[in-house]
Design a protein around this ligand. Structure first.
Ligand code: NDP
Ligand code: HSE
Length: 435
């Protein structure tokens, strides 16, 4: 059987998953391709590092040229992460005529355009299934399964680390820092976990879902992004009492002239399907015109799930090599990609949870209610603990469905009152699922 030589950049969590899957499922993989994918060289930073996997030391190198300039290597698998040096390595691989497989959402969401253009010019593939939702083949579903439909909306839990942390805080009462450390130990978190907990990683993934789903390129820096770091145990408790679970959602709405994209912690009704997504699992719900709702669910992070996505991409590229159909469909799934600036959140309407921190003195409740009323924000329900007079209280308010612009204007006024003790905590509430 013919061999196809593969070079890897990086042998961390995902890289080791790739080796294990190639090893464990080798015969079936060869059978699917009609050729044997052979790992020829692996770039790492530290040759002496203790790894979970026993790897032949002869495969390891610290010299990028050993992968990028080896003429036998046809496919380069980039699993280093981050922008640099990953970007220059991927560029060098493409310039040298090598196909690329990567799970690097930061690189593709921020710098993908130039790399995709180079790949097209060179007639090469860039496959990136592992970059969104780990092992769930959601990009393939958008690129192939839904290619005939028009996508209206995507709502997803796409960051395993954030979901793991919120879930551990809500279900086990685990402190935030402990939950983050557990996610890091399990290999879910990014090298810089700020990307996970501040929503940047989910924004990268949302930009890639928009690219593959509807063919628009959105600068992730323009996506409205809020992290889970502002979710307090108090908010989680209040959510539970009100019948909700807090989830970090990535939401794209393509129905208007400009798409509206956002990432933020959201109150999800307890009986909503997304409320049942636990641990580092991900779920992406797609609404498309003809099919209606479809849901893609599974393990969204970690060594083996992401390894599956990366190896499936390797299989696809190798099949193209064997079938002489290299550089077939464009990497972003569309021939024409439109650059778009996302629309503002102003007209979006939803109910909101507000927690206003104020002293327990006469007149304060009236001021808060009047301020909301002046801005057209109607109160659906209100709750507060009853401390001694003069002590600070957390006034918990659920608003009626109101536009984002009105709520923001009301909060600007509320937070400027002299009596307001800290900025109001506000979370958007997801609409219940349509029957
Ligand atoms: P790790 O940090 O575990 O591994 C990174 C690997 O790259 C290590 O082997 C490291 O070498 C090597 N490396 C880093 N910098 C350099 C450099 N400058 N030169 C040479 N080698 C370098 O990352 P992950 O495996 O977790 O993630 C890899 C990619 O996959 C990232 O883009 C990430 O966003 C993405 N991803 C990760 C998922 C996960 O669950 N972890 C899920 C989906 C996508 P050494 O081992 O010697 O230190
Ligand atoms: N850090 C990412 C997450 C890895 O937690 O979802 C998967 O992309």
């Amino acid at each position: 059987m013919r061999s196809i030589h593969i070079g890897m950049l990086g042998l961390g969590n995902v890289g080791q998953g790739v080796l294990r899957i190639l090893d464990e499922n080798g015969p079936a993989i060869c059978d699917r391709i009609g050729a044997r994918p052979v790992i020829k060289q692996i770039l790492v930073r530290d040759l002496d590092k203790q790894r979970e996997l026993d790897v032949d030391p002869a495969l390891l190198t610290t010299d990028p040229a050993a992968v990028l300039e080896d003429h036998e290597i046809r496919v380069v698998v980039e699993l280093i992460g981050g922008i640099d040096p990953a970007r220059s390595f991927v560029r060098r691989a493409l310039e040298a005529g090598k196909h690329v497989v990567t799970a690097n959402k930061a690189l593709l969401a921020e710098q993908g355009e130039a790399l995709f253009r180079l790949a097209r010019r060179q007639g090469l593939d860039i496959n990136f299934e592992g970059s969104v939702a780990g092992g769930i083949p959601v990009l393939r579903a958008l690129r192939e399964g839904l290619a005939s439909d028009r996508i209206d909306q995507i709502v997803g839990i796409v960051n395993g680390t954030s979901n793991y942390i919120l879930d551990a805080m809500a279900r086990g009462g685990m402190p935030y820092a402990e939950a983050l450390t557990a996610a890091q130990d399990a290999g879910f978190a990014e090298a810089d976990p700020t990307l996970d907990v501040e929503g940047g990683d989910a924004a990268h993934k949302l930009a890639l879902l928009a690219l593959v789903g509807v063919g628009v390129r959105v600068d992730p820096a323009l996506i409205h992004t809020e992290g889970i770091t502002r979710v307090r145990p108090f908010d989680i408790r209040c959510a539970a009492e009100l019948g909700y679970v807090i989830k970090s959602l990535a939401i794209a709405d393509f129905r208007g002239e400009r798409p509206i994209l956002r990432v933020h912690p959201t109150f999800v009704p307890r009986d909503h399907v997304l409320a049942g997504v636990h641990g580092a699992y991900n779920a992406v719900e797609v609404s498309s015109r003809a099919l209606g709702q479809s849901m893609y669910y599974g393990r969204g992070a970690g060594m083996m799930p992401t390894g599956v996505a990366v190896v499936s991409d390797i299989i696809e590229v190798c099949r193209d090599i064997v079938g002489f159909s290299e550089g077939g469909p464009p990497p972003g799934a569309f021939r024409e990609i439109r650059d778009v600036e996302p629309g503002p959140l102003d007209p979006l309407e939803c109910e909101n949870y507000l927690c206003v921190h104020v002293p327990n003195v006469p007149g304060v409740l009236g001021e808060v209610a009047s301020s909301l009323g002046r801005h057209g924000v109607s109160i659906k329900r209100m709750n507060q603990d009853t401390p001694s007079r003069g002590e600070a209280i957390d006034m918990v308010i659920v608003t009626e469905r109101t536009s984002d612009a009105k709520v923001r204007a009301a909060l600007t006024e509320l937070d400027a009152f002299e009596f307001t003790l800290e900025p109001t905590h506000r979370f958007r509430i997801l609409e219940p699922e349509a029957e």
